[in-house]
Design a protein around this ligand. Structure first.
Ligand SMILES: Nc1nc2c(c(=O)[nH]1)N[C@H]1C(S)=C(S)[C@@H](COP(=O)(O)O)O[C@H]1N2
Ligand SMILES: [Mo]
Length: 334
């Protein structure tokens, strides 16, 4: 399937996972979209005015950084470039910042080159329905060919800049600023030195620490304490993690292939995009864990994790799995 970037899996047709903020900042003011910054004629549109600029329908593939994709979603809206043209950008404008009406003024940015090439859409409809509030309604940006964190929900302001202003995920969480799924531009390189890593592995106490991208492959980490640790993109392949406690930890996109995870706790942990292929999960507990995009076997249903009736994978967690994964888990848990 050439249309699926490396490391991505298809979400079930009728499912659209919810990621990030859940709702816009409450406000009595009617929705407007403003274009400001390095433009000759700043613009403010109401939703009605936007809809009268001539709507287009665009089929766009969604690729979330936590490894789920939805291909060919039909979005209706107005091309961003049409709005920018009306605002008359100044030649110094080299970046575009997109700001949400949300509690944290969530934002992201694109380079001018990407804005020109990628045909971003300012959308109000998806697959024939008005955009649901939790998915960014009434108005969101949808950027084709970039991980979905470049597609801001509740878009309120577009600002043209001479120098880049990193967005929320890019600045706060080390997400890659270019975000090209075909090159797996997911996260920036980890920041731990070899000495720091060696010390942490000897102590077996990761509680509450930011250890993004930690390389712990093959280590004996029996009884590891890792409650609330940030272990995103960490490598635990082949490690012995018997009775490890990952309660509330962030293990998104972590590599746990072939790890021994007997009686490990993943309660309330974020395991989105994590790979548990061929891991031993007897007695492991996933109660309250988030498992969107997580893997328990490969794309063909092979190299499966060891699951048995002592593995606690509640229905709510299983329901988030991509179809091949859900099928593998269903077959092996009964
Ligand atoms: N305002 C706002 N927009 C946002 C986010 C967010 O937290 N706040 N998260 C981003 C991320 S990481 C993703 S994957 C998508 C998720 O969109 P969805 O919830 O409609 O699937 O929104 C993006 N846009
Ligand atoms: Mo995301």
């Amino acid at each position: 399937m050439a249309s699926l970037p490396p490391g991505q899996q298809l979400a079930a047709a009728h499912k659209w996972p919810l990621v990030g903020e859940r709702q816009p900042r409450p406000s009595d003011k009617p929705w407007t979209l403003t274009i400001t910054g390095l433009v000759q004629t700043p613009q403010v549109w109401s939703l009605e005015a936007l809809q009268q600029l001539g709507e287009v329908e665009q089929a766009i593939d969604i690729h979330c950084v936590t490894r789920w994709s939805k291909l060919g979603m039909r979005f209706v809206g107005v091309p961003l470039r049409r709005l920018l043209t009306l605002a008359l950008p100044r030649p110094e404008a080299k970046y575009v910042s997109f700001i949400a009406r949300s509690a944290r003024d969530h934002s992201t940015s694109l380079s001018w080159a990407d804005v020109q090439q990628l045909e971003p859409l300012v959308a109000w409809q998806a697959d024939g329905e008005p955009l649901a509030v939790e998915h960014g309604g009434p108005l969101r940006l949808v950027v084709p060919q970039r991980y979905f964190y470049k597609s801001v929900k509740w878009l309120e302001r577009v600002e043209l800049l001479a120098t880049d202003r990193l967005g929320y995920w890019e600045a706060e969480a080390g997400y890659h600023n270019h975000a090209d799924p075909w090159h797996e531009e997911r996260y920036l390189a980890p920041h731990l030195t070899k000495q720091q890593t060696a010390q942490l592995l000897a102590q077996r106490d990761f509680r509450g620490l930011d250890l993004r991208g930690i390389v712990a492959a093959g280590h004996d980490l029996t009884g590891l304490k890792a409650e609330q640790a940030l272990l995103r993109d960490g490598n635990f392949q082949d490690a012995n993690l018997t009775q490890a406690n990952f309660h509330g930890a962030n293990l998104s996109n972590a590599h746990l292939e072939r790890a021994i995870l007997r009686e490990a706790q993943f309660t309330a942990a974020d395991c989105e995009g994590a790979n548990f292929s061929a891991a031993d999960l007897r007695g492991a507990d996933f109660t309250g864990a988030s498992l969107f995009g997580a893997s328990f076997c490969d794309e063909l249903g092979n190299a499966g994790a060891i699951l048995d009736p002592s593995t606690r994978l509640p229905l709510a967690a299983r329901d988030q799995l991509m179809p091949i994964q859900a099928e593998y888990v269903r077959r092996h848990l009964q």
